[in-house]
Design a protein around this ligand. Structure first.
Ligand SMILES: Cc1cc2nc3c(=O)[nH]c(=O)nc-3n(C[C@H](O)[C@H](O)[C@H](O)COP(=O)(O)O)c2cc1C
Length: 210
């Protein structure tokens, strides 16, 4: 009898443990994975520097690309996509693991696309878009910000997320990596990834304020 009770207790404990693990996995995936509109890998037209505004973005699953393209359209601005030389692939877990290890190790991934410094010098305003990754700025954006002399330029951040609606550490990170720029962190727009598809009007109206 005592033995039966013990076995029952062990089964209950194991069941609760399994349920807790499943719930944790579900929450992490829901929170981190998020919804997305899908990335378009067609290259953007190369920036020419004939206007003073440039929209720069990094996007893995398309949300920030969508926002970037709306902003560029609204402002008649040039656009530049931050493209890592070694892409993050399409598997969420592989992307998440690599992103975490890059952040932990301070890795600056090499970029595949670059802007001529003379052309970069022509812009005085940069809209900078990115997803929140592990509560911080994705490392390719670190590489971008460190590659160029952005002093004296105005940087206006925009981002999407799946819960970190205040951008977690991203906005402070932009300020830290572009210390001589005027980073409009308080004016940044934040859109939940699941709402990006229906936010064209909101994003364009926001861009019009600048
Ligand atoms: C590697 C990785 C890490 C993420 N970390 C966070 C996070 O810390 N906080 C959050 O709110 N969302 C996080 N997300 C969700 C993305 O920020 C969200 O889905 C975003 O809209 C994706 O933008 P994109 O389509 O432009 O790549 C993460 C997504 C990935 C792929």
């Amino acid at each position: 009898m005592e033995k039966k009770k013990k076995i029952k207790r062990v089964i209950v404990i194991i069941t609760i443990g399994v349920l807790l693990i499943a719930a944790a996995v579900f929450i992490v995936f829901r929170f981190m994975g998020g919804s997305h509109v899908g990335i378009d890998n067609n290259p953007e037209a190369p920036p020419q520097g004939n206007i003073n505004t440039l929209v720069v973005y990094f996007s893995w699953s398309g949300n920030d690309q969508k926002m970037a393209r709306w902003i560029a359209e609204e402002k008649g601005a040039d656009i530049f996509r931050i493209v890592p030389a070694d892409d993050y692939g399409s598997d969420y877990q592989a992307c998440a693991d690599r992103a975490k290890s890059e952040l932990d190790n301070g890795t600056r991934p090499e970029l595949a696309e670059h802007i001529d410094s003379e052309i970069m010098a022509k812009y005085d305003t940069i809209f900078l878009g990115f997803p929140v990754w592990w509560y911080d700025l994705p490392m390719p954006v670190w590489t971008f910000l460190e590659e160029y002399d952005l002093s004296g330029k105005t940087i206006i951040p925009f981002f999407s997320h799946n819960g970190s609606s205040d951008g977690a550490n991203t906005l402070n990170r932009v300020k830290e990596l572009a210390p001589n720029s005027d980073v409009k962190a308080d004016d940044a727009i934040s859109i939940n990834g699941g709402k990006v598809a229906s936010s064209e009007k909101q994003v364009k109206e926001w861009a019009d304020k600048f």
